[in-house]
Design a protein around this ligand. Sequence first.
Ligand code: SF4
Length: 429
Amino acid sequence: MVHTLGCRLNQSESQMLRDRLASAGYLVVPFGQPADLGIINTCTVTREADSKCRKSIRQFIAQNPEAYTAVIGCYSQMGTAEIAGIPGVDLIVGNQDKFAVLEHIDQGKNERPVILRERISRADFTLSHVGDIPFDKRANLKVQDGCDFMCSFCIIPFARGQARSREWENTLDEARTAVARGIKELVLTGVNVGTYNNSGHGIVDLVDALNDIPGLLHVRISSIEPTTVPIDLLDRMADPKHNLLPFLHLPLQSGSDPVLALMRRKYSMNEYKAFVEEAIRRVPGLCLGTDIMVGFTGESEADFEETCKQFLELPFAYTHVFPFSEREGTLVMKREDGWVPMEERSRRCTRLRRLSSMKRHDFMEAHSGKEALVLLEDPRDGGFPGYTANYIRVRVGNPGHDIRNQLVRVRLGKIRADWMEAEILEFIN
Ligand code: SF4
């Protein structure tokens, strides 16, 4: 059992561990089923994340008291002592040696946990992967780790270390292996993907090399920091012959300049807006999404109103909304005033989430009746769901045979809550 908490990068690393375990002959079961081995891949982005990790660890041990229990990842890196205090944990591995967990799992249970927590290296890295397990879903491809940006609310540069990239050939090798396994869409993941740089190759070189892999139909970038997107990347998104999809998740965090400065973000609102206008001008049908954090220390009611106004005015299709959560070790914790009460943070979250639903609806409405390409996923609720190239969730009816992992051209129809009905016009691949 490999259980994941947190971000897409953790999901990608967990999948790699599952593949390696399966390749070594293990039967990998979901969280909640009896298991002899549990690997819990943790997150430490907020205090609540820490607490969820502790709950999952305790739950696994209570259900599987004889199982070898390993805890890996960001919370292992930052909260080693707290995890070591949970009875039944056998191994704690920080982020540097995350994959070394597999070298320890055949040992018996320990009276006290073994702790492997090294300083995180600055060097670029390789990851070994296995190629003999069929996989017919969209898959994550880890290309980068760590971040040097030091936003004042963020613990990630401490938990995952400084920015470094996956070695070029090793990255492409996994992409080719993924395609040989039946994967048609890859989502590029990392902490700060736009800073990818290995042996002279940047993010644009990487998407171009992925475009040259026969059978790889779609490449999506999960999220990318606003100041790191080269204009050439937009041109690749705009090119219908390129497999890079027209999707840009560009974290804004706040629409107010004073708050952006307090957050130590690397752009002003004017710079962000100018970039977005350029992106919309260059990429037809672009889906622009973002992350916004509300209730940050020092965010006044007027700052929040400004964020709502900017969110409504800019051509966003949606935002993910997060309430600010205090995190020991981050720069903002040095402040003594300006804390926004929790109830106010949650009020701001609710308001902005409502605005996001409205904008998502508007984005879908603007596409009703249009054609789109969709890679279909596993059947659900009587149909086959999928995402359009520009990230609208759709579902086509079940034709009575298996059409998962097929690329189809559809016509978009009615809006249903946060997804759209779609009718298949053509099977492409
Ligand atoms: S860019 Fe800022 S928010 Fe994102 S990981 Fe780096 S420090 Fe954290």
